[in-house]
Design a protein around this ligand. Structure first.
Ligand code: GDP
Length: 440
């Protein structure tokens, strides 16, 4: 997402390579490049200038440690400053009320409805939370229907009332409904306009004043660049909101909004939206975002996502099967599905340091596993449990059934058998055996 910015910063740091110390002279060029890169990424000019001034103050005269090169030190200083600029520590959402009421605000199309769904879905996985989604848009029946679709998708109840034209009354009705039905979080999805207008501001301000939500969030499309910052300011003047949700950071976003918003409205970015699907949401960590901007990847997020998807019970069952030599293609299939749940291949690769750049011009096929899955689906349950019985006529049938070739079937069988062997070795404390095998 920040490819062009990180490329430019990379070049800017390169200038410093080969120098022993950071001085006013040799750092000037780098800072100019950093500033230009930030402005190009849609960061407000004043913010960019303040930013490079602070970096300069911190950098000049610093004795470069023997183990560090000046360009590395600069990356570190810039990273720390970027982190500070975007908000320091990650901040959560206030869920203290009973029910806890969360109000969404923002322009139409910013991603309010989608994020309301994502948040409900996110909270639902924390077993103690039972969210209720509320459609407070009294102008667009389609918006109400859209929230119902989202609710069905994630299996969360949606409260709406197409007859009622007062959003405050709908919200009050929803809170009463939540109390009666044991919902402990109420998410109010409100109407948005294409541009800020007085009526819209009055309406949301009315809801805000009457309902007094625990948390008011401002949702904004990161692709709108400088406009995102201006809209944030207008909403903040009226609502004094608690946090920002930056959506559509998966697109060709230049990312300036993430860098500027915090310093303009002085409110933290709490979540980021990274796609249209309900699980395409991440807690916003300023430090990780700074890493991403600098092209250092986001290993921590990757590890966390993997952990989230990792089912311990399943893993134990799997271990037993491997130990008993009973690992079959059905297990393999469920492993593939686990990997796929972690997100798109491209997303995952983008989080690996160094991979971001490499992958930029590559088209990663999200269906990389499609053929493998098709082949496995064409096997009979017996064949899946015991691949040894797959002879040539069976291979031909599987190839035909999956629209692949016998070679591809052979290849998969070979890979599978190698993998099973390796897993067995790792199980039996066979680190040493494994090393031997790798050397052979
Ligand atoms: P609302 O009018 O503020 O409720 O906005 P919607 O939730 O209807 O979103 C507008 C459009 O943006 C829809 O097509 C969504 O699928 C899309 N959208 C929302 N969030 C994201 C995101 O994080 N990434 C991408 N790529 N699309 C998003």
């Amino acid at each position: 997402m920040f490819d062009s910015l990180s490329d430019k910063l990379d070049k800017a740091f390169h200038v410093l390579k080969g120098h022993g110390q950071i001085t006013e002279v040799n750092v000037a060029e780098t800072l100019k490049e950093v500033r230009r890169a930030l402005v190009d990424a849609d960061v407000n000019f004043k913010i960019a200038k303040n930013f490079t001034n602070t970096v300069k103050e911190k950098a000049i005269g610093q004795n470069v440690l023997k183990s560090l090169k000046p360009n590395q030190l600069m990356v570190k200083i810039v990273k720390d400053e970027l982190t500070d600029l975007m908000g320091g520590d990650a901040e959560g959402v206030d869920l203290s009320g009973s029910p806890s009421v969360i109000l969404m605000s923002g322009l139409q199309g910013s991603g309010k409805t989608t994020f309301s769904g994502k948040l409900a879905n996110f909270l639902k996985t924390k077993k103690t939370r039972k969210p209720l989604l509320v459609a407070c848009d009294v102008y667009r029946p389609a918006a109400i229907d859209q929230l119902h679709v989202v609710g069905e998708q994630i299996n969360v109840e949606v409260f709406s009332n197409k007859e009622e034209k007062d959003p405050v009354k709908i919200a009050q009705g929803a809170i009463a409904h939540a109390k009666q039905n044991g919902h402990n979080v109420v998410i109010l999805d409100t109407a948005g306009r294409l541009a800020i207008d007085e009526q819209m501001m009055n309406e949301i301000s009315d809801i805000h004043k009457t309902i007094q939500p625990n948390e008011t969030l401002f949702v904004v499309d990161a692709m709108t660049g400088q406009d995102a910052v201006n809209t944030a300011k207008a909403f903040n003047d009226v609502l004094d909101f608690d946090g920002v949700i930056l959506t559509k950071l998966d697109g060709d976003t230049r990312g300036g909004a993430a860098i500027s918003i915090k310093s303009v409205v002085n409110k933290p970015i709490k979540f980021i939206g990274t796609g249209e699907k309900m699980d395409a949401v991440d807690v916003f960590y300023p430090s990780r975002m700074a890493d991403r901007i600098l092209g250092m990847g986001d290993v921590v997020s990757l590890v966390e996502r993997a952990q989230e998807q990792y089912d311990e019970e399943e893993a134990r069952k799997l271990q037993k099967k491997i130990a008993k030599n009973k690992f079959g293609f059905d297990d393999f299939l469920s492993q593939i599905q686990q990997v796929k749940k972690m997100g798109s291949m491209k997303d995952l690769m983008g989080m690996i340091p160094g991979a971001g750049k490499m992958m930029k011009n590559m088209d990663i096929d999200d269906d990389a596993f499609k053929h493998i899955e098709a082949i496995i689906h064409s096997m009979t349950p017996k064949e899946r449990a015991n691949p040894n019985i797959i002879n040539s006529s069976r291979k031909r049938r599987i190839g035909k059934g999956s629209g692949t070739s016998v070679q591809e079937v052979n290849q998969l069988l070979k890979q599978f058998s190698q993998m099973s062997k390796m897993m067995k070795m790792m199980q039996g404390g066979g680190g040493k055996k494994m090393m031997q095998m790798m050397q052979n």
